[in-house]
Design a protein around this ligand. Structure first.
Ligand SMILES: Cc1ncc(COP(=O)(O)O)c(C=O)c1O
Length: 339
């Protein structure tokens, strides 16, 4: 009954098999290999556009590298106050942008509210020498409260940002979970909505360590700088084919969506089951593979005593995260212990 995090889950066997298959003979280094080229082509097919891609091994690295090419040192990134880039990356975005500022914005359920964005854009002009100009809007999809922006919400926020010539970064550490929730295409949730650059994460959904920074056509020219920053930071892995091979297997035949759907379904069952109990109240709608719920002390203790692993969140709620391999039996055991 481990609901601590999707990063505590094992890697999916298909991705491990891909590592073994890739482990044949010699191949060019640093991402110049045929496996990486094949995954780039697969991404182009899935996203229905030309794109550039750089593979990484952590979401923090993806976010920091992405922002490093979009935000100059004397400009800033607008994000939600709960954003991982703001709360959980130990200043990596500021470090990689060499001083770029983050401006945290308000909004329920870790979704930036359109009014908060409008207000920030009004308060922070681009042409006043004393003010730090906004350069990027960063949106997490799925976000840090386990919620997804709808396409209309994306349209509103991105429309406002584009009207001021901001670039759009999407933190997609749990992109696949949001995608199956929305039921739209990867293109619709990204470049067709105005997203310029995407941190795409597979690690939380079946990979051992596989992430990517995807540059859509609007920012494809940034590839050489992105690669230079990646090299300079020591993040250009010599045997990159093992990172891209995981992503290749993950994307093959819709496995990434199947795994995300399974994790989301488990979260929904867990969410409905827990929310029906006396002494429990959901804090955020469950729109992916995370459940945030306030539990009375006695209920939380009963669950812990039964061996359930979950985190106490800073706002006083409990966070349960399901993964691609969460079983019905585990959900059943948790709810039985609770009831
Ligand atoms: C929204 C979000 N972005 C990015 C990350 C990536 O973090 P890491 O550097 O641990 O892979 C996480 C991990 O918890 C996350 O929840």
């Amino acid at each position: 009954m481990n609901f601590l995090s999707d990063t505590t889950a094992p890697a999916h066997p298909a991705l491990l098999d891909a590592l073994v298959e890739t482990n044949e003979g010699f191949a060019p280094s640093y991402g110049a290999d045929a496996v990486s080229a094949g995954v780039k082509q697969r991404l182009q097919d899935i996203f229905e556009t030309e794109l550039e891609v750089v593979f990484t091994v952590s979401g923090t690295a993806s976010n920091a590298l992405a922002l490093s090419v979009l935000c100059p040192p004397d400009a800033m990134v607008l994000c939600h106050d709960e954003a991982h880039i703001h709360r959980d990356e130990r200043g990596a975005p500021e470090f990689f942008t060499k001083g770029g500022k983050l401006l945290p914005l308000a909004g329920d359920h870790a979704r930036i509210s359109p009014d908060a964005l409008a207000d920030a854009l009004k308060q922070w002009p681009s042409d006043f020498v004393h003010a730090t100009p906004p350069a990027v809007l960063s949106l997490s999809q799925l976000n840090e409260s386990g919620c997804a922006y709808t396409l209309d919400e994306l349209d509103n926020l991105i429309g406002q940002a584009k009207a001021r010539d901001l670039k759009i970064h999407m933190d997609g550490a749990r992109f696949s979970n949001a995608l199956v929730t929305l039921g739209c295409t990867p293109a619709e949730m990204t470049w067709k909505a105005g997203v310029d650059i995407l941190s795409l994460g597979a690690t939380k959904n079946g990979a051992l360590a596989s992430e990517a920074v995807i540059l859509f056509p609007s920012v494809k020219d940034h590839l050489p700088r992105l690669q230079a920053h990646q090299k300079r930071a020591g993040l250009m892995l010599p045997k990159m084919r093992f990172v891209s091979a995981q992503m290749g297997a993950w994307l093959e035949d819709g496995l990434w969506l199947e795994l995300a759907r399974s994790a989301n379904d488990a979260a929904r069952r867990l969410s409905e089951g827990l929310a029906a109990l006396d002494g429990a109240a959901l804090v955020h709608p469950t729109q992916g593979n995370e459940v945030f719920i306030r539990l009375e002390e006695a209920l939380a203790t009963r669950l812990r005593d039964a061996g359930a692993g979950f985190y106490s969140w800073p706002d006083g709620s409990a966070r349960f995260v399901t993964s691609w391999c969460t079983t019905d039996a585990e959900i059943g055991a948790l709810l039985e212990a609770a009831g």
